[in-house]
Ligand binder design. Sequence first.
Ligand SMILES: Cc1cc2nc3c(=O)[nH]c(=O)nc-3n(C[C@H](O)[C@H](O)[C@H](O)COP(=O)(O)O)c2cc1C
Length: 202
Amino acid sequence: MNHEILDLFRRRYACHSFLRDRTIAQADLHVVLEAGRLSPSSFGLEHWKFLVVTGSEDKARLQAACFNQPQVGDAALVLVILAKTADLHPDTDYLKAHLAREYPGAALAPALDNYRGFYANTDVKAWSISQCHIAAANMMTAATAVGLDSCAIGGFLPDPVKDILEIDGDRYEIALILPLGYCAEAAPEKLRLPMSELVEYR
Ligand SMILES: Cc1cc2nc3c(=O)[nH]c(=O)nc-3n(C[C@H](O)[C@H](O)[C@H](O)COP(=O)(O)O)c2cc1C
């Protein structure tokens, strides 16, 4: 089946080696960041913050914190997606302002009660990171649309990454590292299970 969006999904692949001398146009980076910003999130809480790391020294240090995966140091830039944690507590101004947008007027008080129950029964860090992964997926597709390559990096040591970027660990977790640039290698064959194994109609 052919469709513009499926073509993007088929073209995106995990790039393991980036051309070191290519930089990214600000307009293309903006498309990727905007795709993240517009992503859906549970309760509309926009769990993410996006760090754009361009300095060679920081990229090299991040590579070391990512089990020395070369695509981190070689990429034109590295997006580090942070997952908010402290802001999601039911008593924060951040939480109340965001819920008030989603549930205006009299709807706010019951929504806040509902949220308190949800929060008390949720692994908040894991929940926040999972929301960031949704944004990351959209950003990877957007990168393909503007001719950029990417590689999601989940293989990292969170504490060294926080140290390198001076991240406040009480406020943020590291959700994903996303090098962006122009790939030095051709796209590999797409290896996926057939639809018949993945989908069950009931
Ligand atoms: C959350 C997540 C974490 C990943 N972490 C890594 C990683 O640390 N290193 C790596 O080379 N690829 C990583 N990948 C890329 C996957 O290996 C890759 O997407 C998968 O093998 C499918 O290949 P494709 O993306 O080329 O279609 C990650 C992908 C996701 C979604």
